[in-house]
Design a protein around this ligand. Structure first.
Ligand code: PHE
Length: 346
C-alpha cells in the first residue's frame, strides 16, 4: 500500500506539471484527490490492513494528500499569473501609466469665514445656534413683532410653501432672515443668552450681481440684566478687528426694523482707505454693514422673557456680503454657482 501511495503521488505530480489550463488542472485534481478519486479508493483498503500498519499508512496518506494539495495551489497561482500576463500583453495595457489625480477638496470660502466668525464670537462666550430653513410664518414674522397687516412685511419678499395653514403658526415659508431663531432660542433656554446664528436665508428676488435668492446671514443677540448699546458697539468693534486683523471702527445710525426699539444701522470704517474716503466706500469712509437694535419688548414677550427684568440687543448681517468684501468678489452669483474655476481660488 505504501508503494501504491508513493506511485500515486508521483503520477499526480507529473500530471500537475504537464497541465496548461486551470480547467484541466481541475480535472487532475478530481481524478487523484477528489472524493471519488484514486487516493480515496486506496484509503478504503486501510481498514483491511493489520493493526500495526494502520497508523503508519494513515500518517503517510495524510502527508501525501497535503503535499498534493500544496502542489495544486502553487500551480493555480502559476497558471493565473501566466493568464494575467498574457492578457496584459494582448491588451497592450501599460501598467506603468500613473492613475488619475485624486484632487483633495477644500473648505468653501463662505464656510471658511463662517468658521472664523464662530471662533471669534465663541471666544467672547457666544453659543452657536441653528434653526429650520423652512420656517413658520409665526417665527419668521409674528413672533418678531411683524403682524400680517404690518407694512414691514413688504420689506421682505418671501417664498411661501404650498400647503395647510396652522392657526398659530400660519403658513410655512423659507425663512427670510435668521431672526426667527431669536424667539426659538428664548423659548427653549430662557435668559441670560449670548448667541449667534449663522445660516442660510431666502428671498424671492430677481438675481443680479448683488442679489441672490439664497444667501447667508449671521444673527447675534445678547440678553441679560443690564445690557446696552455700548456692549453692542464694543462686541462688534472687537469682532470686526479680529476678523479683518486690523483696527476697525464702528458707527451707529438710526434705522428701522419692527423687532428692535430703538433700531440701528451699523457701519464700519472702510478697510481700503481706513476712513479717508475712496471709491469702495463712495468717499464716505464708511461701509454699510448690518441692522441691529435693542430687542423689542414684544419679541422678548413672545420668547417668554419678562421685559421688565431683562433686556438685550440683536443684530443681523449678511455673511455672503462679508465674504464678498473680504475677497473683493463683485458678483454674488459666483459664490453658490458651483464653478470650480472660481472656487479653487480660495
Ligand atoms: N433680520 C434683519 C434683516 O434680515 C436684520 C436684523 C437683525 C436687524 C437683528 C435688527 C436686528 O434684514
Amino acid at each position: 500500500m505504501k508503494v501504491q501511495l508513493l506511485s500515486l503521488k508521483k503520477a499526480c505530480l507529473n500530471a500537475i506539471k504537464e497541465v496548461e489550463t486551470l480547467r484541466s488542472l481541475q480535472e487532475v485534481e478530481v481524478k487523484y484527490i477528489g472524493r471519488k478519486g484514486e487516493l480515496t479508493s486506496i484509503l478504503r483498503g486501510v481498514k483491511d490492513l493489520p493493526d500495526k500498519q494502520k497508523p503508519i499508512i494513515g500518517k503517510l496518506s495524510n502527508k501525501v494528500k497535503n503535499e498534493l494539495e500544496t502542489a495544486f495551489k502553487v500551480k493555480i497561482v502559476e497558471l493565473e499569473t501566466a493568464e494575467l500576463n498574457k492578457k496584459l500583453k494582448d491588451d497592450n495595457f501599460d501598467i506603468t501609466v500613473p492613475g488619475p489625480d485624486n484632487n483633495l477638496g477644500h473648505i468653501h470660502p463662505l464656510s471658511q469665514v463662517q468658521r472664523k466668525v464662530e471662533n471669534i464670537f465663541g471666544s467672547m462666550g457666544f453659543t452657536v445656534m441653528d434653526g429650520p430653513e423652512v420656517e413658520s410664518e409665526y417665527y419668521n414674522f409674528e413672533g418678531l413683532n411683524i403682524p400680517s397687516w404690518h407694512p414691514a412685511r413688504d420689506m421682505q419678499d418671501t417664498f411661501f410653501i404650498k400647503g395647510k395653514k396652522d392657526k398659530k403658526h400660519g403658513r410655512m415659508v423659507l425663512r427670510t432672515h435668521t431672526s426667527p431663531v431669536q424667539v426659538r432660542t428664548m423659548e427653549k433656554f430662557g435668559p441670560p443668552l449670548r448667541v449667534i446664528v449663522p445660516g442660510r436665508t431666502f428671498r424671492y428676488e430677481a438675481t443680479d450681481a448683488s442679489h441672490d435668492t439664497t444667501f447667508y446671514q449671521v444673527e447675534g443677540f445678547m440678553i441679560d440684566k443690564d445690557i446696552s448699546i455700548a456692549h453692542l458697539k464694543g462686541v462688534l468693534a472687537q469682532f470686526l478687528s479680529r476678523l479683518f486683523e486690523k483696527d476697525v471702527k464702528v458707527r451707529i445710525r438710526p434705522g428701522y426694523f419692527p423687532f428692535v426699539e430703538p433700531g440701528l444701522e451699523v457701519d464700519f470704517s472702510c478697510l481700503i482707505c481706513g476712513g479717508k474716503g475712496c471709491r469702495v466706500c463712495k468717499h464716505t469712509g464708511w461701509v454699510e454693514f448690518m441692522g441691529a437694535g435693542m430687542i423689542h419688548e414684544n419679541v422678548l414677550k413672545a420668547g417668554g422673557i419678562d421685559p421688565k427684568k431683562w433686556q438685550g440687543w440683536a443684530f443681523g448681517f449678511g455673511l455672503t456680503r462679508l465674504v464678498m468684501m473680504r475677497h473683493a468678489i463683485d458678483d454674488i452669483r459666483l459664490l453658490l454657482g458651483g464653478d470650480l474655476r472660481f472656487i479653487n481660488q480660495f
